[in-house]
Design a protein around this ligand. Structure first.
Ligand code: PHE
Length: 360
């Protein structure tokens, strides 16, 4: 029996399929038997030369054979793919129980750590976390916050502007987290109790200022909210954050266009020996701005000021980190110096909790 006979062809092809060691070899086998010039196709072409009575029967045999071979190839392909996957999985296996190599041990940046501490404290007080975009429109960053185009407060913000778009609109990098107040009023009905930690940007750089820094905004809106609620919240926060009842806070009358009345809060500290320490000495470092939400801001957020009141504040997260962990220069925060990070950073398992200790 020669391979010209369907039966012999079948045996030969099936054996070749079985032996194909990878997908490429299998493809060669497919072409050899089923391709345009393949063995089976040659036999198909030969049908024309057969007498009509044999042609039909032979045609059926060959068609059945084609189906059988196609199926065998598909099965072999699936088996080869499964095998390859198993091999790859075995080769790429990672033993997650191995300890990290010493040079790969990362640290959690103090800003990230303090961010988590702040979230933990306010979550405990019943606040939820809100977010807003870094790239803002003039409306959200200024106008809705009661800072019209000619307002002098705009100069104080050292704003980074983008080029104007086709509509003549100049987007900007948000200079504070206060725009999240407006986004929140738009998306939520009062009572509102949120904090919004995030990045903020101003064209400013010295020992206590960096062009990118972090703030956490807080916004509370309800009926009958007073300065008393604001002051209590700030005191509770400071005690929890500095993990002592001894923090001295100074409430200073101030001005922000989006709050009325407004006050700034300083924390007492000392800078002796290049180290900052909280609760000692007679220096003060400003850590936050606060006040009662201005009626115009409530209106811009779609709320009726006769019905709703609120307080808001914005805290500098980086400042908090400097004070709590005695880090003298803010610029070093963003130098990505691994030695600095090893010294001031936290290990991954030092997750701040109120029960377990924030800085533990
Ligand atoms: N947005 C103000 C700032 O960046 C801080 C602030 C927030 C003041 C909320 C009052 C109320 O300086």
């Amino acid at each position: 029996m020669s391979a010209d006979e369907p039966q012999a062809l079948e045996q030969e092809a099936l054996a070749a399929i079985e032996q194909a060691a990878d997908e490429r070899a299998l493809d060669e086998v497919r072409v050899r038997y089923l391709g345009k010039k393949g063995a089976l196709s040659v036999q198909m072409k030969g049908l024309g030369k057969l007498p009509p009575e044999e042609r039909k029967a032979r045609g059926q045999v060959l068609n059945a054979l084609r189906q059988k071979l196609e199926q065998a190839i598909a099965e072999r392909r699936a088996a080869l793919q499964a095998e390859a996957l198993q091999k790859q999985l075995a080769a790429e296996r990672v033993d997650v129980t191995l300890p990290a190599r010493p040079e790969r041990q990362g640290r959690v940046h103090p800003v990230s750590h303090v961010w988590e501490e702040v979230v933990e404290i306010f979550a405990d007080l019943g606040f939820s976390v809100a977010e807003g975009p870094h790239i803002e429109t003039d409306w959200y960053n200024f106008e809705a916050l009661n800072i019209p185009p000619s307002h002098p407060a705009r100069q104080e913000h050292d704003t980074f502007y983008f080029h104007a778009n086709e509509q003549g609109e100049r987007k900007l990098l948000r200079t504070h987290t206060s725009p999240v107040q407006i986004h929140t009023m738009e998306s939520q009905q009062p009572p509102i109790r949120i904090i919004a930690p995030g990045r903020t940007f101003r064209c400013d750089s010295d020992q206590t200022h960096t062009p990118m820094f972090h703030q956490v905004e807080a916004l509370v809106i309800d009926r009958d909210i007073t300065m008393g609620h604001l002051k209590w919240t700030l005191e509770e926060f400071c005690k929890a954050f500095f993990e002592t009842d001894n923090v001295k806070m100074r409430f200073r009358a101030s001005h922000f266009p989006f709050t009325e009345p407004s006050m700034e809060v300083d924390i007492n500290c000392t800078w002796e020996g290049g180290q900052v320490k909280v609760g000692e000495g007679d220096d003060w470092l400003e850590i936050l701005g606060s006040g009662m939400v201005h009626p115009n801001v409530l209106k811009a957020g779609g709320l009726n000021p006769d019905e709703w009141q609120g307080f808001a504040f914005g805290i500098g997260i980086d400042r908090l980190a400097m004070l709590k962990y005695g880090i003298p220069d803010l610029r070093a925060f963003f130098d990505t110096d691994i030695r600095w990070l090893k010294h001031y950073g936290f290990t991954a398992l030092q997750i701040p909790t109120l029960s377990g200790g924030l800085s533990a």
